[in-house]
Write a protein that binds this ligand. Structure first.
Ligand SMILES: N[C@@H](CCC(=O)N[C@@H](CS)C(=O)NCC(=O)O)C(=O)O
Length: 206
């Protein structure tokens, strides 16, 4: 029986971890939750993630929640898969920056833009600053990617940032920029990304 179990709703933010698991290549199980039926709010799931959110990942007796934490954990826990930049490498700082930039800047900037507020918050109060700065930083990173954020090595940072850009592109929530389109197209060509999307499609329609 696989030692890794993903609590997943299809499609959702847990699809990011599904892609990560496909990149990892370790055996895993999926426990599918129907958000529309409120299965994520039932006591047995709240015991796993009291936030009532997917994803959650079980690795043996360890439970990890939050997309970027799960991707960081998996990449570090299975270093032979080379999806992380290990402790001790001078490149780890930049790698961690991108891992945190996903949930700290990219995602809140998009969600905030998609649900306009009555009054503009002060830029200094917002951890992501402002939407345009986040987009400009990411457009430069995508354009500098050779072919990935960390250079030739594909890492968990591409899963986290790439998923955000892919989602934002799909729902037209980020500007149509060639840098984003090229980077996302490159990621979509990865066999693991295709497998994850196929699995998600099958689960969503089941
Ligand atoms: N900060 C969380 C966000 C997770 C999240 O919002 N998941 C959504 C699915 S996309 C969810 O579970 N929504 C159900 C609900 O809030 O009722 C993470 O990064 O894992």
């Amino acid at each position: 029986m696989p030692n890794l179990t993903l609590y997943h709703a299809s499609p959702s933010r847990s699809s990011i971890v599904l892609w990560m698991l496909e990149e990892l290549g370790e055996p895993y199980d999926i426990k599918l939750l129907r958000l529309s039926e409120g299965q994520h709010l039932k006591p047995d799931y709240l015991a796993i993630n009291p936030m009532g959110k997917v994803p959650a990942l079980k690795h043996g007796d360890t439970v990890i929640t939050e997309v970027a934490a799960i991707c960081t954990y998996l990449a570090d826990e299975f270093p032979a898969r080379k999806l992380n930049i290990p402790v001790g490498s001078p490149r780890r700082g930049v790698y961690l920056k991108w891992m945190f930039y996903g949930p700290s800047c990219l995602e809140p900037a998009i969600i905030d833009r998609a649900s306009p507020r009555k009054e503009e918050a002060r830029r200094g109060m917002l951890g992501w600053g402002d939407f345009d700065s986040v987009m400009n930083v990411l457009a430069k990173a995508a354009s500098d990617a050779r072919p990935y954020l960390m250079g030739e090595q594909f890492t968990a940072a591409d899963v986290v940032i790439g998923s955000g850009l892919r989602w934002g592109t799909m729902f037209k929530l980020i500007p149509e920029r060639k840098e984003f389109a090229d980077y996302v197209a490159r990621l979509n060509e990865r066999p693991a990304a295709k497998r994850a999307q196929e699995k998600d499609k099958a689960m969503a329609s089941s």
